[in-house]
Design a protein. Structure first.
Length: 234
């Protein structure tokens, strides 16, 4: 998530989105101090001026707090209500076609990851997937559920032993996870974890057809609910 940004054009919004995605995925947590401006700008491949502009936006949104003086720096304040509010705004700004295109990509990537995980998965990878399914089932609040769910999908791509699928899934989770776990969608961690456990069973049996069916069905159901919420908001 902190790899150099690609492409030309303005980078401030891209930095904001990248840092918000890292918080959403649990790679950065409440209270965590960000690297120094020089180091973080270097990691992201942007100027310190661009990074400062991005941090100013995040401060306005209440996601980052900057302290001056000794022991100062920028710290994460990714409170659930702040992320929920910003995710609802982002959803309203997306067109139905954009949502469906994003859903199509998620459907394709996740289905392919499930197939190759069933064909190539190692015992340790499968055990990690089962542990993440259990973590989702035991989640008591939306943030932990979202993070366990996102990590499951990323780890399934890792289990598929595909670098490209893993990168694609990380990008998708960064863009989608906060939207899919909006409280208004009412995803049930226990029900979603049951699908995950069935998916792990199929992967362990090397049943790639069943693994694909379960993965694609879950994604299709979630995207339908997200599109319905987008229509409701409009």
């Amino acid at each position: 998530m902190l790899a150099p940004l690609e492409g030309g054009g303005p980078k401030t919004e891209a930095v904001v989105q990248r840092l918000c995605a890292a918080i959403s995925l649990g790679l950065m947590v409440d209270g965590q101090q960000l690297p120094s401006e020089t180091d973080l700008a270097g990691q992201l491949g942007v100027s310190t001026m661009t990074l400062r502009e991005a941090l100013a936006v995040l401060r306005q949104q209440g996601i980052v707090q900057t302290k001056r003086g000794r022991g100062g720096g920028s710290f994460i304040r990714g409170a659930a209500e702040i992320l929920e509010s910003s995710s609802l705004v982002r959803l309203q700004e997306m067109s139905i076609q954009e949502l469906r295109d994003l859903g199509d990509e998620h459907f394709a990537v996740t289905g392919a990851a499930a197939v190759f995980a069933a064909r190539r998965g190692l015992r340790a990878d499968i055990a990690r997937l089962r542990s993440l399914a259990d973590r989702l089932k035991d989640s008591s609040e939306p943030i932990s559920a979202r993070r366990a769910d996102s990590r499951f999908h990323i780890e399934m791509a890792v289990c598929a032993q595909s670098t490209r699928l893993t990168r694609a899934q990380v990008a998708l989770q960064a863009e989608l996870s906060a939207l899919l776990w909006l409280p208004r969608l009412k995803l049930d961690p226990t029900a979603e974890a049951t699908v995950h456990r069935d998916l792990v069973d199929a992967i362990e049996r090397e049943d790639d057809a069943r693994a694909r069916e379960l993965a694609e069905s879950q994604i299709e159901s979630r995207i339908r609910r997200l599109v319905a919420l987008r229509l409701e908001l409009s």
